[in-house]
Design a protein around this ligand. Sequence first.
Ligand code: ZN
Ligand code: ZN
Length: 597
Amino acid sequence: MAKSSAENHQPQSNPYIHEPNFNPIRHFIDTLLKCNNLDQIKQVHARIAIYGMFHNLIVINKLLYLYAYSRSLKDAHALFDVMKERDAVTWSVMIGGFAKVRDYFNCFKTFRDYIRSGLVPDNYTLPSVIRACRDDKCIRFGKLIHQISFKFGLESDEFIAAALVDMYANCDVIDDARQLFDKMPKRDLTTWTVMVSAFAKSGNPSESLVLFDSMIDEGFVLDKIAMVTVVNACAKTGAMNKARLVHDYLLWRNFSIDVILGSAIIDMFAKCGNVDYARVIFNGMNRKNVVTFSTMIAAYGYHGRGKEALDLFMLMLRSNVAPNGVTFVSLLYACSHGGLVEDGLRIFDSMSVDYSITPDVKHYTCMVDLLGRAGRVSEAFELIEKMTIEKDEGLFGALLGACRIHGEVELAEKAVKSLVEFDNRNPSHYVLLSNIYARAGKWREMAGIREVITRLKLKKVPGWTWVEVGNVVYRFGVGDWTHVESKRIYDKLRILGEKIELVGYVPNTDFVLHDVDEEVKVGMLYAHSEKLAIAFGLLSANEGSSPIRLTKNLRVCGDCHTFCKFVSRVERRVIVLRDAKRFHHFRDGVCSCGDYW
Ligand code: ZN
Ligand code: ZN
């Protein structure tokens, strides 16, 4: 249509032609920029046609851009198709337009046509396509674009390299992202933030914090987005000293603490083991919303302080902040880990009655956990059977966990049967069941499960423990010898072992053989990452009597748990261990979880 009107109308019919000094290009660009909606764009489009400006790429590219970015891709596409001449801007607008609405098929097709048209790609067109790969995680295509960038000598272009780093980071190809990042001659704040966040997401938050230090060394002033990323990374490592430094930086740079940043800080201090300081931050916030309250309630939950979680919930209601589904997950979790069974049951019922929130599978999971921990495992199972919504792995995982604590063999078998239907490659289910069989003395069944694990060649998630010494966060894997102090660490561990065995510690080798949640098959129980991290923490003399803070990405195994209790006694040191489930505060041979996790 556009084409025919352009051909049928001659410039003479244009009403502006008699104005002195009339510049049609500037006029149409200005008019287009003033458009607020699609109708107005179409009117200008018609006038451009009447004036016969279709040959002018500057005007038409702008028109195309407006169509593409006011989400009228159909009009953009139609216009693009009738354009006789196209330049790099034309192509990049079209490619970017498709990428923006996630029409990847047309995005890549257009890119292919662009390359075939013989034009040389540049730092306008390539980033649009690279960004499309990032969202769709089409890493294979992304690598191809990377090669094309390389071929045209554009790999080190600031914009293209930044887009590639971002793409690799989002597709979890962290090594490639880092390699490119290190080679970049100039890196902006956004690219740094991308790397910090990528390391945190890929299970290496300590590296994020190293990057944070480098950013400051290089003179960057971080913005709020970067700070939220750093705060979240710090929360993952559980590094208390680092958390304080990050917080000091926020104060020094005078950041306004809004609900997003504030909630992240609360979460950070809570996950670094200082829930009381998290509360101080909470109290100091001017504006608190449902996220702030839910984060603080969850914080009490990890620390097993159910009563305080409930009190805070009451305060939330009195402050006229309406709870949402997430608040109730935090609250039920807090009840479960605080042993508040009756409160949990009451809250679960009131969710739908008083707050019109239909419980989802996460709420049910908390309830299964709550009932299961309290020994009401068959009630937990009945609750699952009565559910009308879709069930998931976490739900049956909670049931299996309860079966493990209370030695419920039959229900454990049922739970594992359901779990395997979700994922038959996850070894931790089989291992838990084999532990349950072992405890019940069902050796034949146990052997059968071991066989399944071997036959399926199942691999576990690698276990990591982070410990903070000074202001540096160190990461330990099982049987780790990569640390420069390794020799001293293993010596210390041997001495510690002898010391605690004298006062009654017996290594529980069950966990060497069976607990795949932890570091299986590596043989030596003493090489578990938690133990290495503790030995290293004790070795650093200048730490004095401050608590040793550890963070583990998996659930702590029973033997390491016992080990921590003994070490806290003989070394007179508080050990704060955060595992995948909760916090354990070890003091004088006792753990705050009451051996219940
Ligand atoms: Zn262990
Ligand atoms: Zn514990």
